[in-house]
Ligand binder design. Structure first.
Ligand code: HEM
Length: 297
């Protein structure tokens, strides 16, 4: 692994890696700044625990977004920031746990017993151990030692760990589950995309459009099922709330919008690719007189 975070494997400066690095440390810097200026509210530790937990889940999902973005947005180079995103997830989770230990006044017996006794903490702890295992096996030497088959099999655990993280998110929520529902909806889209590719449905525009709609509907169902199971609210009432956007825009709509953005990306980037391929095939380019435009490497 190159020592300098903003260089690529060849040791050249990579603006993409630098931008990703700044995005990765941004939320932590902001949180630190808010802590220093006393802007974390009346319960600063609780605020910081929630913030680092939120960012851990967000970075987990962003790392899962790399695969679809590489092909749909024709950005194969994104692969060079995937490991950084995974390590960032782990860093936020470790800070999240450390803050919890501080909140419990460093009483490790209390921390351990709470983790054993409270289901949402037990689930969070298992997710943390899994993410730690993935982080520790992400160095070049570990990848080499494990070999690509075993490494890929091990890192396939990331999907199960994301499910556990989302469950932890849901279970610790009090009444409002808007955020965990939104994250779950985005995760459903990410999984749907992978399943479509794996089972040969392709990722054409129509398939992506159907995926966006299906992920939106599934999000609405997850939300309705959660409220029904937790507070006995009728499923149909929660589903109907999705139609009233005058009060709030429910997560299902945001997931649909995210899915449509991916359709648009695939449409425009696909058009770029097609025109690039045409340009390459044209006699002027083929003979080396013109450089092809927007062709991925
Ligand atoms: C030993 C492991 C963990 C411990 C002890 C822990 C502890 C906690 C605690 C105490 C809370 C706040 C609960 C409350 O205020 O009632 C929380 C919330 C949260 N945790 Fe964890 N957690 C762990 C692992 C994880 C992992 C692995 C993730 C995700 C990758 C995660 C993501 C979250 C999120 C998203 C929230 C909610 C934030 C919000 O409501 O805005 N946690 N966790």
């Amino acid at each position: 692994m190159p020592l300098i975070i903003w260089t690529d494997r060849a040791g050249r400066f990579s603006p993409l890696k630098l931008a990703a690095f700044l995005c990765c440390i941004g939320p932590m810097l902001l949180l630190t700044l808010m802590a220093l200026t006393g802007d974390l509210g009346s319960k600063p530790l609780t605020y910081a625990i929630h913030d680092t937990g939120d960012w851990a889940v967000r970075f987990l999902l962003i790392s899962l977004l790399v695969t679809p973005l590489r092909s749909l947005a024709n950005l194969p180079k994104l692969i060079i920031v995937r490991r950084m995103l995974g390590v960032t997830t782990l860093a936020y989770v470790l800070v999240h746990l450390a803050l919890y230990v501080v909140e419990q006044r460093y009483d490790m017996f209390k921390v351990a017993s709470e983790i054993v006794l409270r289901l949402y903490l037990t689930i969070g702890f298992v997710a943390l151990l899994g993410l730690l295992a993935l982080g520790l096996t992400s160095t070049d030497s570990m990848i080499q030692r494990l070999g690509s088959v075993r490494w890929n099999r091990l890192h396939g655990l990331v999907y199960g760990l994301t499910v556990l993280s989302l469950l932890h998110f849901f279970l610790q929520s009090k009444l409002d589950v808007t955020q965990p529902v939104l994250m779950t909806g985005l995760f459903l889209w990410l999984m749907g995309y992978r399943l479509m590719r794996r089972y040969g449905f392709g990722t054409g525009l129509i398939a992506l459009l159907l995926l966006a709609i299906a992920a939106g509907l599934a999000t609405a169902l997850v939300e309705a099922a959660w409220y029904a199971a937790r507070s006995g609210v009728m499923v149909l009432r929660v589903l109907a709330a999705n139609l009233d956007i005058s009060l709030s825009i429910r997560p299902a709509w945001w997931v649909l919008v995210a899915g449509l953005v991916m359709v648009a990306l695939a449409f425009f980037r696909g058009r770029d690719r097609r025109s690039g391929a045409r340009a390459e095939a044209s006699p002027a380019v083929a003979s080396g007189h013109l450089a092809p435009t927007a062709v991925s490497k």
